[in-house]
Design a protein around this ligand. Sequence first.
Ligand code: NAD
Length: 285
Amino acid sequence: MEFNTIGIIGAGIMGSGIVQVCAAAGHEVVLVDVTDAAVRKGIAAIGSSLDRAVSKGKLSAVDAASTLERIRGTTDYASLSRCGLVIEAATENPEIKRRILEQVDAIVGPDAIIATNTSSLSITKLAAEISRPDRFIGMHFFNPVPAMALVEVIRGLQTSDITHERVKALAIRLGKTSVAVKNSPGFAVNRILCPMLNEAIFVLQEGLTSAEEIDAGMKLGCNHPIGPLALADMIGLDTLLSVLETFYEGFSDPKYRPAPLLKEMVDAGRLGRKTGRGFYEYTET
Ligand code: NAD
């Protein structure tokens, strides 16, 4: 199998989901985060997700156990040395990503591909900072990764055809459908989605109606499966703010300015589901 061992950086919402789908497809996976606690939390989230799949009859207990056995969590970047592909899924912050990519670039073999799950940062710009810009690509999964069928595959200006083909083939092996998108802030889906979520926050901030009614309105009136504020909580309000700031700077267009209420929520540490409180409260994080 191509990419026998895949490395994933970041054990948060997205990293843990990407680890799960890669391991379920038969790949050995090395999961790296900065602290043991973060690694443990990510692996526990994968365990709970696999348990839910077993209890719903979607997965056998044997397959769930063998999926978990293929995952190795660590805080040591050197463990990535044998990975043919590393997917970076750490915090949406350009400086953090730059440092991570530099470390990964120095550790993996010369033929390895490095991908990023960034929601909004320039693939071309990130590629320019490593020694293998032709083997760098955006692989943008959607949340929750095991359930969502799409992967946006984003080529930077430097990405080679072979890198693009190999990553598209992997997406298929993971049971996903890929769409090819050119590099631009937010690519295609988030460029459309995030301004809508931001507008919902403006509507709440202006007191036009309640969070529950905004969400009910979009579910019942537009047939969305989840309301925009509940979705913002699921994405993580810090991540959404970062994405909107990238649009605002990247396009120099005031239509992307983040709602002040979103900034206020992030300043208060109300980041959504992952901290137990965002526009709604959650008992299980
Ligand atoms: P998260 O906050 O849930 O998790 C981020 C993880 O990265 C944390 O566990 C953190 O400890 C870890 N991390 C930070 N610095 C690190 C480092 N130097 N080395 C290793 N790990 C490090 O964030 P998330 O929602 O999983 O987002 C991760 C990436 O995926 C971001 O680029 C985000 O834009 C993108 N993304 C998010 C969503 C979403 O819905 N949340 C969807 C698609 C893409």
